[in-house]
Design a protein around this ligand. Structure first.
Ligand code: A2P
Length: 280
């Protein structure tokens, strides 16, 4: 029989509706952090999908009642992972992230176990080369998909582009790529040499780094294609997933259409899909 008075059990016992327990927190910059939490046993999702997560809001000054404060967050961990990972911005006065940035291992968050989203393999037709275009925290769904065996089974080449303002904002992605390349479990799961298919193209716009500029400008000038030694996107070979800020999404969507790619959805797979990165 379990000792229900044991402190560890008491801590792990959810008191919030849909509560999960934070297991790890890592801060990258004053604007960005990552955390992991327990995964509900019943939660099944496709890599690339998002869920609603959050915390209890402050009590209503009149009634004293508290309401959950929830936002859509891409799951950054792959579908096979026993825990869940999220990558978040910290907005100083953001209703949720101003609180969420202070979570510690052992704290509880609310997680509604209803995953949805368009950045999934099911929404794309078969192709040879898969592009993940991310800005800022828009890398989160790709952190999931980059650890998903299907990504490498379905494509000969997988290219992640990540544009951020500053170098420190690239750390999460850079470490992720490094970890994927060295992960023996993934190599066993996906197949030896899988990481050779993976290309990483980080750029910054407001701080000096080896590759400067918005990815959209680098595509227009042809620089990205020259750097990677690949042909510009074509509907015959290339598929794309996009996740970033609104202006970026709109701009790159128009460019992808210009290359002849059409937008797909779960119900009608095509050549590219787009989703907005979370902003508080
Ligand atoms: P920039 O610094 O030139 O605005 P944010 O942190 O504001 O969400 O931006 C993340 C990254 O996305 C920044 O490097 C930013 O570049 C870039 N960005 C913003 N708008 C666009 C756009 N329309 N096309 C391409 N990149 C963009």
């Amino acid at each position: 029989m379990k000792d229900i008075d044991a402190p560890q059990t008491a801590k792990a016992t959810p008191t919030l509706p849909d509560a999960q327990v934070v297991t790890e927190v890592e801060h990258y910059t004053d604007r960005l952090f990552r955390f992991r939490c327990t995964r509900p046993a019943s939660l099944r999702f496709r890599s690339g999908e998002f869920v609603m997560i959050g915390l209890m809001g402050d009590p209503d000054p009149e009634t004293g009642k508290q309401k959950p404060l929830l936002r859509a967050y891409s799951i950054a961990s792959p579908s096979w992972d026993e825990e869940l990972e999220f990558y978040s911005i910290k907005v100083p006065n953001g209703p949720l992230t101003s609180k969420l940035q202070h979570i510690q291992p052992g704290d509880e968050i609310i997680l509604r176990p209803k995953p949805v989203g368009t950045l999934v393999h099911d929404a794309l037709l078969p192709g040879k080369r898969l592009w993940f275009f991310a800005t800022g925290t828009g890398i989160a769904p790709f952190a999931s998909l980059l650890r998903e065996p299907q990504t490498y089974a379905d494509y000969d080449e997988v290219i992640l582009t990540h544009t951020c303002r500053e170098v420190g904002e690239l750390t999460y992605g850079a470490r992720l790529i490094e970890a994927i390349r060295q992960d023996e479990l993934l190599a066993e799961l996906i197949g030896e040499g899988f990481a050779d298919k993976l290309r990483y193209y980080p750029t910054t716009t407001r701080e000096q780094s080896p590759k400067m500029g918005r990815i959209t400008d680098l595509m227009r000038s042809g620089e990205v294609f020259a750097d990677l030694d690949v042909a510009p996107l074509s509907p015959a070979t290339d598929r794309a997933m996009v996740c970033g800020n609104l202006a970026f999404n709109l701009e790159i969507k128009e460019m992808l259409e210009g290359y002849g790619l059409t937008e797909g959805a779960n119900s009608k797979p095509a050549e590219y899909v787009v989703e907005k990165a979370f902003l508080d």
